[in-house]
Design a protein around this ligand. Structure first.
Ligand code: LMR
Length: 396
């Protein structure tokens, strides 16, 4: 059985971390994975998380199984964060939310659910998209196609191409959209462009699946989440995966959620009953700790304010790093315009570096980026940025 098994390729993102960890160079920099590091190069433990954890420690609750759909207080808090407590979908109980193992786990639940109930649909992801989107939907059994998204010549969204493709998809197609902070390009749609997308998706009866892994890293929590609420208001079935890996710096706790909006409360309860079967046959029920932390923070006003401030701090620091990167590249790579980096949103910059240049960064300077040229700006800091800029200048 096992003798003929071939070696699988390294994961295009997490495989970089494996290579980075094995690198002995003390000056190595990991711009590969989407992880926020503070200015000291450390993954922060947010103060709101620390406080919530000490409250939870005092209570010292037993570790029984959570319900299949997760901690009720978590699901409620997440749903209100995603759609708004006073939104029609929440008020009318048309939305269901289940705790999931990070954003990836939420996507997989959604993919398995869709495959069960819409087996002949095809899935469409942006070109390019997060490296794992294709693999994840394919592993659920779907044919995955690309719709045009990024135009390397303008370093912006090829909106005409995207809209045309959406307008030609068969009804029932599943369209994966990045709610904010597009991964990997950092190029987001404008509000007016979203209006057109929502219109065509609704008119053609497509199934929107919004992936929101970076809420709060673009323009703010409310601003970044707005498109989800606009889709919910537009009516029609809606899938939303969200993650607290980045926004709470809780990567290893695997805290995310899948929400589905149905046409009525009765429909929603049928959807939930089936989604619970998907959870049960995958991992039975989710782990407790991360969900408790997030639920505690979101539902305690003092901790929630603290979270919003800490998240704003991360967002602002990333913006500063974008500015600094562009400024410093003006010296090290004269004649090349990197102003587009400032406009990009979220953790990533689609830098335009070629695969060969990325390989040189890795082999000559121990600077790790994704082969596509995606760099994680959130891993830059005041101590490593000069070395990174110097190296980029050399490989250019
Ligand atoms: C990324 O894109 O780097 C992150 O979402 C981490 C991951 O799981 O790939």
């Amino acid at each position: 059985l096992l003798t003929a098994i071939e070696m699988a390729p390294r994961d295009p993102i997490l495989g970089i971390t494996e290579a980075f960890n094995a690198d002995k160079n003390p000056n190595k920099v990991n711009l590969g994975v989407g992880v926020y590091y503070d200015d000291n190069g450390k993954v922060p433990l947010l103060e709101c998380v620390r406080k919530a954890e000490s409250q939870l420690m005092e209570k010292a609750t037993p570790r029984t199984y959570l319900p299949i759909e997760g901690l009720a207080a978590y699901d409620k808090a997440v749903q209100e964060l995603v759609f708004g407590a006073d939104s029609a979908v929440v008020q009318e109980k048309r939305a269901i939310t289940v705790q999931a193992l990070g954003g990836t786990g939420a996507l997989k639940l959604g993919a398995d659910f869709l495959k069960r109930f819409s087996p002949n649909a095809q899935v469409w992801i942006s070109d390019p998209s997060w490296e794992n989107h294709r693999a994840l939907f394919e592993s659920a059994g779907f044919t995955v196609n690309n719709y045009p998204y990024y135009d390397a010549s303008t370093r912006d969204v090829n909106f005409d191409g995207m809209l045309k493709a959406l307008g030609e998809m068969p009804a029932g197609s599943v369209v994966v959209l990045h709610a904010c902070c597009h991964n990997p390009t950092g190029a987001d749609l404008t509000e007016a462009q979203w209006t057109d997308v929502i219109k065509v998706v609704t008119e053609r009866g497509l199934v929107p699946f919004l992936d929101m892994a970076y809420q709060g890293f673009g323009d703010g929590i409310a601003e970044d989440g707005k498109v989800v609420r606009r889709f919910a208001d537009a009516g029609g079935a809606l899938f939303v995966s969200n993650s607290f890996s980045k926004s709470f710096s809780l990567y290893g706790e695997r805290v995310g959620a899948l929400s589905i909006v149905a046409a009525s409360a009765e429909e929603a309860s049928r959807v939930l009953s089936q989604l619970k079967r998907v959870v049960r046959t995958n991992y039975s029920n989710p782990p407790i700790h991360g969900g408790q932390v997030v639920a505690t923070v979101l539902s305690t006003p003092e901790l929630r304010n603290m979270w919003e401030e800490e998240l704003a701090g991360m967002r602002v620091r990333i913006r500063e790093m974008r500015q600094a990167l562009v400024q410093k590249l003006k010296d090290k790579a004269p004649g090349q315009d990197f102003d587009f980096v400032i406009k990009q949103r979220g953790m990533f910059s689609y830098s335009g570096l070629t695969k060969a240049q990325v390989e040189r960064l890795r082999s000559e300077f121990s600077i790790y980026a994704v082969d596509t040229g995606r760099i994680c700006v959130a891993a830059l800091n005041s101590r490593n940025i000069d070395a990174v800029v110097e190296a980029i200048g050399k490989v250019l």
